[in-house]
Ligand binder design. Structure first.
Ligand code: ADP
Ligand code: MG
Length: 348
């Protein structure tokens, strides 16, 4: 995971919006706000109203929850549960936690749903192109290197089995490398939402590097609003404003996380069909689904599809999708019919 989603993702519009419409007499509700680092990126949680134990309890409990999930799925930590599975050089079934099973099921199902374009085993190719834990390449990989890496890639080689009290993960070949980080933030956002609900907090906004879950109202008693950021170097330029109304939202983008080699830009998103970074004009994809996990898994797949296929997929699956596409002289936006109800229209 990188910093890219943090900067391009969803920017939270706090008091800025709405204050023009609701002047002085508006009474603000108390709001707790915490920030921190997790999964190699940043998170923030806002809770309006009371939270048992206050700010300090919120911070320490959310931090320990996030640490727990990071300890399971981090590929940077050689002792995480997922790293242990990756290190295991056999095809024997490996016992995993229920949470890990949920992630693996998401990986397999979204892989099937997107015809292999979301591929949690794509790591060897990610590394080859210089976006993994290994260093950036000095040269573009050769066809032979790409072909060799592709032999170790394929989500259909990963199997998850769950019974009432037991879950296992298994691989068809020993040297597959599994990485759930592209939807780990969405998973964690959902888990924090469950945790807040269990503590009686029902008005909150959680953002982990552009994967978000929110519910209820902000301190001004309005539904939470989020902004999709414009793909410029200006950090706070707003492309569109949405009201997710209790759903999960996630944005994936290709324009800030890339490297240049011999004058060409290479994205960190890999098309598993070609073994190469995507090259089309889709700049960012935002998805709204019931959970942040589903949105966070789909946004990367949409990036792989490119603008036309992503829009056709959104239509076919009745998905709420918003795309930003590069044009010859700037950018244009396109969204699916299902996205429209979430958009705040100018002047409304
Ligand atoms: P971020 O890296 O900022 O979290 P994303 O959620 O869009 O952004 O995930 C991109 C990351 O996913 C890449 O850095 C890479 O590790 C991994 N990845 C690249 N291509 C694919 C793919 N086709 N399927 C699954 N994961 C991918
Ligand atoms: Mg994603």
């Amino acid at each position: 995971m990188s910093w890219s989603k943090h900067t391009i993702g969803l920017l939270v519009l706090m008091s800025l919006l709405g204050c023009e419409k609701q002047p002085q007499q508006q009474t603000e509700q108390p709001m707790l706000e915490i920030h921190g680092r997790t999964m190699g990126t940043f998170y923030s949680v806002k809770v309006v109203g009371d939270f048992p134990g206050g700010q300090q309890a919120l911070q320490s409990q959310v931090d320990s929850l996030l640490k727990h999930y990071n300890d399971e799925i981090s590929t940077y930590d050689p002792n995480s549960m997922l790293s242990k599975f990756n290190q295991q050089q056999t095809t024997a079934a490996f016992p995993i936690s229920q949470d890990m099973a949920d992630l693996a099921i998401c990986a397999v199902r979204t892989g099937q749903r997107t015809h292999g374009l979301l591929d949690a085993t794509v790591g060897p190719l990610v590394n080859l192109w210089g976006f993994g834990p290994d260093r950036r390449p000095i040269k573009t990989p050769t066809d032979a290197q790409i072909a060799a890496a592709r032999k170790r890639v394929g989500i259909n080689r990963l199997h998850v089995e769950v019974s009432a009290d037991h879950a296992t993960l298994r691989k068809d070949i020993p040297d597959i490398y599994v990485d759930f980080s592209t939807f780990g933030e969405g998973f964690a956002a959902d888990k924090i939402a469950d945790f807040l609900e269990s503590r009686g907090a029902h008005n909150y906004l959680i953002d982990i590097a552009g994967a978000s879950r929110s519910r209820g109202f902000n301190a001004k008693n309005e539904k939470w609003k989020l902004a999709i950021q414009k793909p410029t170097d200006e950090i706070d330029a707003v492309q569109a404003i949405i009201v997710p109304d209790g759903r999960g939202v996630s944005t994936s983008g290709s324009y800030r996380n890339y490297f240049e080699l011999d004058g060409k830009r290479y994205s960190h998103i890999i098309d598993p069909d070609t073994g190469r970074p995507i090259t089309h004009r889709l700049v960012s994809a935002t998805v709204i689904t019931p959970t942040a996990l589903e949105a966070d898994a789909l946004d990367t797949a949409l990036m792989v599809m490119g603008p036309e296929k992503a829009m056709a997929f959104a239509k076919q699956q009745h998905l709420a999708v918003y795309l930003v596409i590069k044009t010859d002289n700037g950018f244009k936006a396109q969204y699916s019919e299902s996205f429209e109800p979430y958009l705040v229209k100018p002047g409304s």
